[in-house]
Ligand binder design. Structure first.
Ligand SMILES: Cc1ncc(C[n+]2csc(CCOP(=O)(O)OP(=O)(O)O)c2C)c(N)n1
Length: 573
């Protein structure tokens, strides 16, 4: 709702005033998982319903982890701050891993919870249930303080506008992330006659760019590089930054690797893309440019030499939320990475590098790229008859069936490398916090943000269960959000087993072949769960059936507008 002068709106409760403010600030959805703390909110949303006020539209999400993940998915597509509300301390507990995901991925949201009634009697909304004593905590905000940018309790109706606007300002500040707002029941239930809402005047800070001197000094280092390497991770959270990265890499004539990248930060179809690991290249690089990458290389695998120069470019180049992170920074550039890359590319182009040097370098990178992509293709094709199905073949097949209108969400599922990701904002992976189980909820949020797109979430079998699948399938059916979920089912928490083998290669588990706490057999008929929600499920164990099964499932999603699940029986990779 655009407004250019204050508007006074009649209300009856603080809860209604709160909802009016969210509406005025353009909040479209209210992802909720309610409890006894929600009365005035439920009542206020019912009033909105009666008055035909469409936003914020309530979305009932029957697990808090899914509610936050949906909000995350929606925000990953739109960049708009989302609002989630859960039930006091216990709802906060259920949501907490998803809030950690959102925090480490810098997703803007007002994560809110009721607060148990403060008073034991006497006020509207005072305590009426035994849980109202047990659900009080000394410091509710402290539950998630490390993973929220700001937390506050709404204490009275007069402050609703100030509190909501401050919450939005902090969620959208640098770095972006969730804030935590707690809403005591008596406060929400308090009588209020009207709220005066002022135009929103908390605009985001203007994008910062490095000084001309910094650009010149950095470009001088880059020009001297014989063997430069670019490492990027989360740059593509701003899809408009990807073309700046392409110009920069081309101007520098440098290969790009994208380790643990949850976004398309550089097209992997580009001649200069050399994969998702820095290990093969980082030791020999003389200049390394790290752009929005929490973990540019694993020190145990290899790191840049003592004399190599490391340039780090990121909104928060100190990655201040991470307690220990000691990757060197000979030059550190904060502000908007897109602007820094654009300026560096311009500066490099203004005095072109030696043509002979760069032509040879470009040739070498191209042939490495071709070799790398061919190896991937051969690996997938070689595995095309393997039973159980190989994840490389599965990923390759998913790549065949997707089109430019398809979004891929990866929650520990397909192999990112086997997809050809040329378009920004076409692929979304997990948060550096590593909380598994966000993918289907995230996909639902994306589908809500862009109903015209096809959404495919791929998950491991363990991860499917972390997703709270019943809650996800419920939301998909209830809100007409059909999407395809592909389960890469290897009947084990393979990553946990592999990590045990890595840490203790000669240990008991490895030598006896017994890995307690990893086995997921008997593997259920996961594809049957979705049919309880009106969806289409199919198990695929024949590699030759994979492409037809994917096409069948996508047809159901696109034409019948029903959700689908493919339970693909995979081997360990
Ligand atoms: C919420 C959460 N719980 C536990 C883990 C630890 N964890 C990391 S990978 C993994 C196994 C996932 O199993 P699955 O989805 O079957 O994939 P696989 O490792 O077999 O490929 C687990 C349990 C986690 N990352 N997040």
């Amino acid at each position: 709702m655009e407004m250019n002068k204050p508007v006074t709106i009649p209300v009856e409760t603080v809860g209604q005033a709160y909802l009016e403010l969210l509406r005025a600030r353009g909040i479209k959805y209210f992802f909720g998982n309610s409890g006894t703390d929600f009365g005035p909110i439920i009542d206020g949303l019912a009033k909105f319903g009666a008055e035909k006020k469409m936003h914020p539209m309530p979305i009932t999400v029957p697990h808090e982890f899914v509610a936050v993940s949906m909000a995350q998915g929606y925000a990953m597509i739109t960049g708009e701050p989302q609002v989630v509300m859960v039930h006091v301390i216990v709802g906060t507990g259920n949501a907490s891993a998803a809030v950690m995901n959102a925090s480490r991925l810098n997703v803007p949201m007002i994560f809110s919870a009721g607060r148990t009634p403060l008073t034991e009697e006497g006020l509207r909304g005072s305590r009426t249930n035994f849980i109202h004593w047990g659900q009080e905590s000394f410091d509710q905000g402290g539950l998630l303080r490390e993973f929220t940018r700001w937390d506050y309790e709404l204490r009275n109706g007069e402050q609703v506008e100030a509190v909501v606007d401050r919450a939005l300002e902090m969620a959208l500040g640098t770095p972006q992330g969730p804030v935590y707002l707690t809403l005591p029941r008596e406060v929400l239930a308090q009588k209020m006659d009207s709220i005066t809402i002022h135009p929103f005047r908390k605009n985001n800070a203007e994008a910062l760019q490095p000084s001309a001197e910094t650009i010149k000094r950095t470009a001088a280092v880059l020009r001297r590089a014989i063997n430069p390497l670019i490492i990027t991770g989360r740059l593509g959270s701003d899809p408009t930054a990807v073309s700046a990265m392409v110009s920069f890499a081309e101007a520098l004539v440098a290969p790009v690797v994208t380790p643990a990248s949850p976004f398309v930060s550089f097209p992997n179809t580009h001649d200069f893309h050399l994969g998702v690991s820095s290990a093969p290249y980082v030791k020999d690089a003389d200049v390394v440019v790290v752009v929005e990458s929490d973990v540019p290389w694993y020190p145990f695998q290899g790191k840049p030499g003592e004399n190599a120069k490391v340039i780090q470019i990121a909104r928060d180049p100190n990655y201040s939320g991470i307690p220990i992170r000691n990757f060197p920074k000979d030059i550190s550039i904060g502000g908007d990475p897109k602007l820094a890359l654009e300026l560096l590319a311009q500066e490099l182009k203004s005095q072109p590098l030696s043509e002979k040097l760069t032509a040879e370098r470009a040739e070498r990178i191209r042939s490495q790229h071709d070799g790398y992509r061919n190896r991937l293709k051969q690996k997938a094709e070689k595995a095309s008859r393997d039973k159980p199905i190989d994840t490389a073949w599965l990923s390759y097949c998913v790549d065949q069936v997707r089109d430019s209108e398809t979004l891929i969400v990866n929650d520990h599922g397909v192999s990112q490398e086997h997809l050809s990701l040329s378009e920004p904002a076409s692929y979304f992976g997990g948060s550096p916090a590593g909380g598994l189980g966000w993918g289907i909820g995230g996909g639902l949020g994306m589908k809500l943000a862009c109903p015209e797109k096809t959404v495919i979430a791929s998950v491991g079998d363990g991860t499917y269960m972390f997703n709270n699948p019943t809650a996800c399938h419920f939301v998909s059916e209830a809100y007409d959000l059909p999407m395809l979920t592909i389960i890469c089912n290897n009947s084990i928490w393979h990553s946990t087993k592999a990590a045990t083998q890595q840490v203790l290669p000669d240990g008991w588990a490895t030598s006896t072949g017994n890995f307690p706490l990893c086995d997921l057999t008997p593997s259920p008929r996961y594809e049957m769960v979705v049919s309880a929600h009106g969806g289409y499920g199919e198990m695929v164990d024949d590699p030759a059936e994979l492409l037809p099964a994917l096409r069948r499932a996508l047809k159901v999603v696109r034409e019948e507008k029903r959700q689908a699940v493919l339970n693909v029986i995979c081997g360990t990779h």
